[in-house]
Design a protein around this ligand. Structure first.
Ligand code: BES
Ligand code: MG
Ligand code: ZN
Length: 527
């Protein structure tokens, strides 16, 4: 797939997509083209009484090849003043559908908004329309084909029918400048999806750690640290080590990704924590077959976190962030941990194992302690495919968010809506949930005594690992249970990357506003 921006229509265009706005209003470029075509566009729209250019409607028109293309598709965009980054991304999916249904591979999109003045500047600019349309299209073409062997047809040229989508826009440079950071974020979300799709025999904790290291190699302002099982033992990380005990072949790893885009300011960082269970059998509390089916994606929290770091680093966001991912399998073996075992976590708390399948919280607990003690973050966000109860409650519609901080929740809510990775707030601080996680013979139990509310009791367990800052101030924390949203419609979604990038770029924008209150940047904000 190739995506480019040009100020003219490429000669080999097979299909041109032209946006049309509610009431069949055309932009200035489309009007000009319609004149050249003898008003065929307006006429066809008049004849098709059902076509009103509502959002997502389309109208196919064959054109005499003397006009330098074969087909035109009029794409309904709805009200011009209602178009947003999100709605354009959604509409972009239709480009993909047209390419596959019509079978054309050289497609052109005319980035042609209606006259902005008529709408008092309250519409997107052509460059914005072009950039977001192309980004949405690029994201919609994701496929995981790495392990499919190529068709062996002699002389077949793979590139021959590769789709090429060109956006026609006057300000090519402007569109390209807007597109570059969008592409960086999409590439990062796609990297997270790749990691989620990797099979567990390929993405072992060691292989995963190596992959993270390689991805950030030579990315400016990034430092990587790795901890192996001996380091974990030295640090007293009894949680992740207990989970890893049944893995005789594949020892655990912890990877820390530091990013400083502030040029060395003394700011406290944002911390991201990710559950990276590369395969969850349940351990001695073995999962039944059906429940184990998708457990290679039990590392999607960690993929969200390293994907978000990649997005921040490749856009060189002016912020400080640090991520930690706990990578391990949860296997059955003679050496595996058992129900009733009592372990000691890095923060000194003892945990009685009620069920070896409640392993994610043990991995996260140690990672949370480590990152708070080493980096003193102002905020901790943890991402995890933590509970089946979360899937039961919210399916793949919302990520469940448990937070001790209302302001942090508001920001996550906003970023979720902007990135179309929506969040739903869940309860966290009710004493009933934390009381239920008290152990009988140890401080805590990893399953607790409450029947039901499994997502909330898991969050209450994690809360035990959030520490006040050394100056006594409370630390803002949110736990995002992505057990449901890590897959959308059965496919690995890369959830968390876009949302976190938005969350951070909103924050940077907010700080810049405070620093320079008169400077309004308007339009789309990417950092
Ligand atoms: N990885 C699972 C949670 C999960 C379930 C993720 C379904 C995605 C889809 C987690 O480790 C787990 O097994 N949780 C248990 C906890 C229980 C034993 C307290 C669960 O939710 O059943
Ligand atoms: Mg489990
Ligand atoms: Zn798990």
């Amino acid at each position: 797939m190739t995506i480019d921006f040009k100020s003219y229509k490429p000669a080999d265009t097979q299909l041109m997509i032209i946006p049309v706005y509610e009431g069949c209003e055309l932009g200035p470029k489309a009007q000009k083209l319609d004149l050249q075509l003898g008003n065929v566009l307006k006429e066809r729209m008049r004849n098709k009484t059902k076509f009103n250019a509502n959002t997502g409607q389309s109208l196919h028109i064959s054109v005499d090849p003397v006009h330098g293309m074969q087909d035109i598709v009029l794409l309904g965009m709805g009200k011009p003043q209602d178009l947003t980054e999100q709605s354009v991304r959604q509409l972009s999916g239709s480009i993909k559908n047209m390419i596959s249904s019509v079978g054309e591979s050289k497609v052109t999109f005319l980035a042609d908004m209606v006259d902005r003045q008529k709408y008092k500047g309250k519409t997107l600019k052509n460059e914005e329309l072009a950039a977001h349309m192309m980004d949405g299209y690029a994201a919609s073409t994701y496929a995981f084909t790495k392990y499919k062997t190529k068709p062996l047809a002699a002389g077949a040229n793979d590139n021959e029918n590769e789709p090429r989508v060109t956006a026609i826009v006057d300000d090519v440079l402007g569109a390209e400048l807007l597109y570059a950071p969008l592409k960086a974020v999409t590439d990062s979300a796609n990297w997270a999806r790749d990691l989620g799709n990797e099979p567990p025999n390929k993405l072992t904790p060691m292989a995963y750690a190596k992959r993270i290291e390689e991805e950030f190699d030579n990315v400016p302002n990034v430092k990587i640290k790795k901890l192996d099982e001996n380091d974990m033992a030295d640090l007293g990380m009894g949680g992740i080590l207990a989970v890893a005990q049944g893995s005789t072949m594949n020892p655990p790893r912890i990877v820390i990704v530091e990013y400083d885009g502030t040029g060395g300011l003394n700011d406290r960082p944002l911390a991201l924590v990710g559950k990276g269970v590369t395969f969850d059998t349940g351990g001695n509390n073995l999962k039944p077959g059906g429940s184990m089916a998708n457990m290679k994606t039990d590392m999607c929290g960690s993929a969200a976190v390293v994907g978000a770091m990649r997005a921040l680093a490749t856009t060189q966001a002016q912020t400080k962030a640090v991520a930690i991912v706990g990578l391990t399998e949860n296997m059955m073996d003679g050496n595996a941990y058992r129900p009733s075992d009592i372990i000691t976590m890095m923060n000194g708390k003892t945990v009685e194992i009620g069920n070896t399948d409640a392993e994610g919280r043990l991995v996260l607990g140690d990672c949370m302690t480590y990152i708070q003690r080493e980096y003193n973050p102002h905020t901790v966000l943890d991402f995890a495919t933590l509970t089946g109860a979360m899937v039961a409650a919210l399916a793949d519609v919302y990520t469940g968010v448990f937070s001790n901080d209302d302001d942090l929740w508001q920001k996550l809510d906003a970023a979720g809506k902007q990135s179309q990775e929506e969040n739903w707030r869940m309860p966290v601080l009710h004493a009933a949930f934390s009381n239920a996680m008290k152990g009988k013979d140890a401080d805590l139990s990893n399953t607790g005594s409450m029947a039901g509310a499994g997502a909330s009791t898991a969050a209450a367990f994690l809360h035990e690992f959030i520490e006040d800052a050394p100056d006594g101030s409370a630390r803002a924390w949110a736990h995002l249970d992505i057990a449901g949203t890590s897959r959308k419609g059965g496919n690995v979604s890369g959830v968390g990357v876009r949302m976190t990038q938005k969350f951070v770029s909103n924050d940077i924008e907010e700080k810049q506003k405070v620093a320079a209150p008169k400077k309004s940047r308007g339009g789309f904000h990417m950092s």
